[in-house]
Ligand binder design. Sequence first.
Ligand code: ZN
Length: 377
Amino acid sequence: MTRSFTVTARDPVSSARTGVLETAHGAVETPAFMPVASQGSVKGLTHAVLEELGVGIILVNAYHLFLRPGADAVAALGGVHRFISWPKPVLSDSGGFQIFSMSPLVKVFEEGVRFASHLDGTKIFLTPEDAVDVQAKLGTDIGMCLDYFPPYPATETTMREAVERTGRWAARAKRRHETRESPQQLWGISQGGVYPDLRARGIETLMEIGFDGYAYGGLGLGEPKSQLFEVLEKGDPLLPRDRPRYLMGMGYIEDIYEAVERGVDLFDCVLPTRNARNGTLFTSRGRISIKNVKYAADPGPLDEACSCYTCRTFSRAYLRHLFERGEIASAILNTIHNLHFYLDNFRRIRQSIQSNSFSLLKKSIRSESGDSKEETT
Ligand SMILES: [Zn+2]
């Protein structure tokens, strides 16, 4: 296994760290945020805008690309980077989450999972080996193991079975991955919900198998935040310090600060992009809903503290008008702002860790904004 991750700075008073994640398509500075491009496109934005915003890595979804246009089709077109014309790192989710959350008629066997396509009901059987093969065909820089998780909340017995099965599937995925000469990395996903012992068992099993990176899966499904943070706190000393850690699908900024403090390096979430399309915007003073009538005659920028194209150029009144008229430009301009807001927070997080001031930054974010404060409409 080639060394693909280097820690470059550590916060003296917490587990926060900066690092460089090397991939076949370049390096990513961590902590990093991956905008979600499920179908190979960050909704509303061209890749040129992503580059301008400083996006270092995106996430595509193997489940969606496997259904349409198909992994073989993407491979025939030169792999995902060439197919979507994105030269930088790409991580693919294995599809486990989509199968267990979106597909009807899911049935799990030791061999794999049978489900019906959410598009047309076609029955599909997917094994952990298939998930590796699909991602190899896509040619992403980082592939994820197929994991199994039960719906939240799960009993301890159900969760134990899920952890054990996820471990066995991870071992099979690793064996399949090793049959290929490829620069693609394979990362393991731990399950265990918020049961500390099961989560620890899940992590230990993955580490015995050995992966390029380790993800926390099955979180952010409605469990209390205190329990989620406890999982990260207990996972931190268990996980190898020289491998990247990825918290899957979690994305309120205030939670991201908590996770970074507990040693997490990589994040993805649909929140900034999906909320942008719904007219919910993250600002330095909390979340706002641009459709609020009070913005109808407001000539000010969306966020005085933001330097993005949207805030530099347009008024709240215009952004509200675009949203109310259902203009495509509304989704575009709102997404530019929300992604800039996220990426800017990650830049500040990295800088603060490097200058030993992460805890100060975290405190200032909590008191000045934050994310917890939501405007009522
Ligand atoms: Zn802005």
